[in-house]
Design a protein around this ligand. Structure first.
Ligand SMILES: C[S@@+](CC[C@H](N)C(=O)[O-])C[C@H]1O[C@@H](n2cnc3c(N)ncnc32)[C@H](O)[C@@H]1O
Length: 252
């Protein structure tokens, strides 16, 4: 008897959830829009992207970062694991002749020849192993620029569950120190890193939970068993600040 490949089935679930929300993603992707703008500025502040060669993007989604970076690239490959997301990106930017599109799992991706740069915004947290996945991408190119939410994010939500003796279904996020150490230890690479705090105010706990559901980012952590969240909803009846810590990196 063969056992299901848990790695690929989880990736399929993630792709399905994002794909199902592709049409409404832009309306709800508040943090992603903020971090795409900040990542583009961070790249600019650290020398920019190479003027020639291929820039490959991992997890382009509907193209929030793509639209900021691809116009000045010589050649730009937008990839995503969800075909529906990629289709939205193509709708938005397919008129640019330097752009091409491909459905790819960024954790497994291979290139015929090394891209001049790889970029990725709020996607690597979906990898089975974000630290190893980002290190793998860093050695495939001379320049890797990324933004990833790190552990310690959404403390308000976690605390509300801890006070009930429970763990929320949130995805485990990579540790910033572990990630920067692993990337900085790659031979011949120099890393520039910055952590920024993004606070988004939601009118209720339900609105916060919906903010994940509405963009398809609601595949819970492995082993999570949903239980009623009435006490959590009551705790944030007057609104909720959701604090995300995002690590920005440029490894060259
Ligand atoms: C939170 S969205 C971010 C999308 C886009 N980068 C943005 O900033 O709007 C995460 C994206 O990563 C994609 N994704 C998730 N796991 C992936 C993987 N292993 N390889 C490639 N893309 C992946 C999802 O389909 C989704 O489009």
């Amino acid at each position: 008897m063969t056992r299901p490949d848990s790695k690929s089935s989880r990736s399929e679930l993630v792709a399905k959830r994002f794909g199902a929300r592709a049409a409404q993603y832009d309306e709800h992707a508040l943090l992603q829009r903020e971090s795409a703008a900040r990542l583009a500025a961070f790249i600019g502040a650290h020398g920019g992207l190479p003027a020639t060669g291929l820039v490959a993007e991992i997890g382009c989604g509907t193209g929030l970062l793509t639209s900021l970076l691809s116009p000045s690239a010589e050649s730009y490959l937008a990839t995503d694991i969800a075909p529906e997301m990629l289709a939205r990106c193509r709708e938005r930017l397919g008129h640019l002749p330097q752009l091409s599109f491909d459905v790819q799992d960024g954790e497994q991706i291979c290139f015929a020849s090394p891209p001049a740069a790889i970029v990725t915004n709020l996607t690597a947290q979906w990898f089975q192993n974000p630290v190893a996945g980002l290190c793998r991408l860093a050695v495939k190119t001379r320049r890797l620029a990324f933004a990833v939410p790190v552990s310690g994010s959404f403390p308000e939500w976690r605390q509300a569950f801890h006070d009930l003796g429970r763990e929320p279904g949130l995805l485990p996020l990579p540790d910033a120190g572990e990630l920067t150490s692993a990337l900085a230890a790659l031979p011949g690479r120099t890393g520039f890193f910055e952590t920024a705090t993004h606070v988004i105010r939601y009118e209720s706990a339900r609105a916060f939970a919906d903010s994940f559901r509405n963009i398809g980012a609601d595949q819970p952590r492995q082993g999570y068993r949903p239980e009623p969240i009435r006490p959590v909803l009551a705790r944030f009846a007057d609104g909720m600040d959701a604090t995300a810590h995002v690590l920005y990196g440029y490894v060259r």
